[in-house]
Design a protein around this ligand. Structure first.
Ligand SMILES: [Mg+2]
Length: 295
């Protein structure tokens, strides 16, 4: 399996169980479908898949994405938004655009497609991520996904403006037909494997996406990228040695800070992925750890 870690679900599950225990004596709660399944989906899923707030967030993000690209292509940019070989977190360098045609590069899962069926299965069973089940999902789940609000409209407008829409996803190359079907039937295509849809195993190995980005940016001037994880923009952010706060700081300073909303567009995913980790001291700076002094 190529999908990033899903430790978040465990945390949300624990939060949910704590919440159920607290509310059981206060108010009636929905009955679980089986003795082992929770009464409600985890909080992150309630937000991402159930809330109007999440719909508004992604529509707002895709409007900004579309508008940025339509403006950027009016005056040919010198550089692509793909990092060049040799770039570091301290010193970004960008692939020059030359005269290549314009493209945008997007992640798939929780960037353009919501994996409603898979997440339902995980939530209702209380199981955490496992690779064989995800593989079965890639093979059989095309009917139980939905486009993220805002994506179809924005990508249609970009195609009409002559921009090529390319997906770079860690879904498996062997499931190309099924992933293409999921994208196409949700209004996100048309896609063609190894031309406008790049999958894990197409170039190099593993879940790193830089090699695929390099191939794409040899063919196109990439004017914007979209994702729900930092690795959708550069593998540099997934260096094992990066601690939680270091990773946050790397994404939020200097030339990288200047990319958000201006070539790099991040979509919220509080359900799974490398964003969901960290202990109290990682999440809360030492000088901000207030404790209630009492009355
Ligand atoms: Mg994703």
């Amino acid at each position: 399996m190529m999908r990033p870690t899903r430790i978040g679900l465990v945390a949300f599950g624990a939060m949910l169980l704590a919440g159920c225990a607290a509310t059981a004596t206060q108010a009636p709660v929905a009955q679980p479908v089986s003795p082992t399944s929770p009464a409600e989906p985890p909080k992150g899923m309630q937000w991402l898949y159930g809330s109007g707030e999440a719909a508004a967030t992604s529509i707002q993000g895709y409007r900004a994405f579309r508008d940025h690209v339509l403006t950027a292509i009016k005056a040919r940019p010198r550089d692509s938004v793909v990092l060049a070989e040799g770039a570091t977190l301290a010193a970004p360098r960008w692939v020059p655009c030359g005269n290549r045609p314009f493209a945008v590069v997007l992640d798939v899962d929780e960037t353009v497609l919501q994996n409603l069926g898979y997440e339902y299965d995980e939530a209702i069973t209380g199981r955490s991520f496992d690779s064989p089940r995800w593989q079965r999902w890639e093979r059989t789940g095309a009917g139980q996904v939905a486009p993220i609000p805002g994506a179809v409209t924005a990508l249609r407008a970009l195609r009409q403006a002559g921009v090529t829409v390319i997906y770079n996803t860690n879904r498996e190359s062997v499931h190309a037909a099924q992933t293409a079907d999921a994208l196409n039937r949700n209004g996100l295509g048309p896609v063609k494997h190894r031309e406008t849809m790049w999958l894990a195993g197409d170039v190099g190995t593993g879940s790193a996406k830089d090699a695929r980005r390099a191939v794409i940016s040899e063919r196109y001037c990439v004017v914007a990228m979209a994702g729900d994880q930092l690795g959708d923009f550069s593998d540099l952010f997934n260096a094992k040695a990066l601690k939680v706060r270091e990773r946050r700081e790397a994404a939020g300073r200097g030339d990288y800070a200047a990319m958000w909303g201006a070539g790099w567009f991040m979509f919220a995913n509080p359900v799974y992925g490398p964003s969901i980790r960290g202990g109290f001291d990682d999440v809360f700076p030492a000088d901000k750890q207030w404790r209630d002094p009492g009355e």
